[in-house]
Ligand binder design. Sequence first.
Ligand code: PHE
Length: 338
Amino acid sequence: MREQLLALKEEVSKALGSVTTEQEVDQLRTRYLGRKGSLTQILRRMKDVPEEERPVLGNLANQIKQEVAGLLDGRRAQIRDEERQRKVREERIDISLPGRRPLRGAYHPLTLVTREIIAVFQGMGFEVVEGPEIDLDFYNFEALNFPRDHPARDMQDTFYVAEDVVLRTHTSNVQIHTMKARTPPFRVLAPGTVYRCDSDTTHSPMFHQVEGFLVDRDVSFAQLKGVLAVFCQALFSPDVPLRFRPSFFPFTEPSAEVDIGCFLCRGAGCRVCSQTGWLEILGAGMIHPEVFKSVGYHRDAYTGFAFGVGIERIAMLKYGIDDIRLFFENDQRFLRQF
Ligand code: PHE
């Protein structure tokens, strides 16, 4: 039995040599020290041993058991240690490598231009108001004095949601909502998304406008000119030339389209200004008495002016972008430049 005990220890020691995982060590432990393990098998024959030898053999058995347990524990700890060192080696961080910058978002160029426009008008006391993008024909057309047969009402330009409901074709609907809800005086700026059934390099079926309007008593066209001059100077340059061209909108009278001197050729004529030396940037005019009438004001009680700016157009001019679709393709290479 003594030889068997010593051989057992020898066997475990040998087996541990070819073991590489903690799990395998545990299997050996069960095989040799478990309830049905080799050691138990050996000790079961203790009853056949002469009585006087039992204490000595018993001691030896205990000693062997402890030694074997020690071997197993030792190997287990060793494997664990090696594993840890391997991990440390593999997951080592090279702190001398340059850091990776977090990817930071940027404002969309249209957001930048819109904010810039808002800031200029807030400086002149305008408050920002929003209106619905899906609206009744009344607010988008009827109350704005669009005659029933006006071409802008044609299915070609307008997205109809229902017989009497449209995707707004301009932000001028906010004029009507605001006037119906309030009593003058007020000055309001209404940025927002608008929709027209139109698409090429300079037209998008969805685009953005900023509407501005001021209603009070004795408002003059000169005041409109002054406000728009401040706007253009702030957005483009302090010495930008301005030109008011007579134009037509059903909801303003008189109406004008406003051009700035082309800042690319300084008036000499180039591709961007189609050789005219001027760039059209907005529509404006004195609010038509019919509009006041349709919102329930006495038609002679108030005067006011309104203007509408296409944000994409301004952004394209400011940043030298030649295709409106770039704004909506969400190509990071484009967007990251702003
Ligand atoms: N709503 C007009 C357009 O979309 C612009 C405009 C607004 C003109 C206000 C005059 C006054 O073209």
